[in-house]
Ligand binder design. Structure first.
Ligand SMILES: [Fe+2]
Length: 314
């Protein structure tokens, strides 16, 4: 029977694969509750977007059980207790281990899958769907640059249909903001803003953090999606149909701009962040928490044109 514990594995039909997926999720939960684990929330969000698409995925030649297992497993290597087991291989360098989290996930996952007897055919497909999931190998991209200079290995290409879908889902989630069931805005941009605000060289500087997140982080994702559309997709698909879910998500991703258009970032001599409400009123956000709370109150259907009318009428 379905409950809060088994719900995340609902998309997985094969009983062996379902047990394997449950084992992976239990590993994430060793770190603490879901609400405080951004890494887990990221993989849960990606899988959630696949709900209602199982049939279409199968029609396109995708194995949803493999895809879901690969998504969950792919970032397990970022969890501290998992990373600690292999940190010696990286000379105790956390950054190197982080860059190689996909490989760590695969090695750790191999023990888990053996316990559940996941077939080697399916396992090979899972591995193929994890490789290169952090983004396409675009010259100059953050992942390619750091991966190759730190690990002295070539950043890998995307393999197969599940790998391509996984990479799209990962990039869309990292570079977008999406409204959750509780009405709050979530997604990778919020996660990055937290990382930068609390743990970076621009810590505590709200205007700089928001400028970074809604500037380079967001635009970098657009470049990656363009690369996936133009280079990776034709190579992997070779004329075959592509699952509808990705184009739907891309539309939602582009719609995130409606929120971004409501944010005004001050100049260096006036570092403040204002948000334009649906009424046209401008309100200043003083903390990161306040910023996301105010932005969540916006109704994205209200177009910029409507706001201009409000402003002109005033
Ligand atoms: Fe990852």
């Amino acid at each position: 029977m379905e409950n809060a514990r088994t719900r995340p594995a609902k998309l997985v039909l094969d009983p062996t694969m379902r047990m394997f997926v449950m084992d992976i999720l239990l590993e994430y939960r060793k770190t603490g509750p879901t609400r405080r684990n951004e890494n887990l929330k990221h993989v849960l969000r990606m899988v959630k977007t696949l709900r209602g698409h199982r049939e279409n995925l199968v029609t396109c030649g995708c194995d949803p059980d493999v895809l879901v297992a690969a998504i969950y497993l792919s970032d397990l290597g970022k969890e501290k207790h998992v990373q600690d087991r292999y940190i010696g291989r990286y000379g105790n360098d956390r950054f190197k281990a982080f860059l190689d989290h996909a490989r760590i996930s695969m090695i750790y996952g191999n023990d888990l899958r053996k316990k559940r007897d996941v077939s080697s055919v399916r396992w090979r497909r899972i591995l193929g769907s994890i490789v290169g999931h952090d983004g396409p190998s675009i010259p100059g991209s953050w992942w390619k640059t750091h991966y190759e200079s730190e690990l002295k290995r070539r950043y890998p290409n995307i393999h197969g249909l599940e790998g391509l879908i996984h990479c799209y889902l990962d990039r869309i989630d990292q570079g977008g903001i999406f409204r959750g069931r509780n009405g709050q805005l979530n997604g990778g941009l919020r996660k990055i803003s937290n990382d930068l605000f609390f743990n970076s060289r621009i810590s505590g500087n709200l205007a700089a953090v928001i400028a970074e997140v809604f500037g380079p982080a967001r635009f970098g994702t657009f470049d990656q999606l363009e690369y996936l559309d133009e280079k990776a997709r034709p190579r992997v698909l070779r004329g075959k149909k592509f699952p509808k879910v990705i184009d739907e998500l891309k539309r939602q991703f582009i719609e995130s701009d409606r929120y971004l258009n409501r944010v005004i970032i001050g100049e260096i001599d006036n570092p403040r962040v204002d948000i334009i409400l649906d009424s046209g009123e401008k309100i200043e956000a003083r903390t990161l928490e306040e910023f996301w709370r105010i932005l969540s109150e916006i109704r994205p259907e209200a177009q910029v044109a409507e706001m201009c009318l409000v402003k002109r009428a005033g």
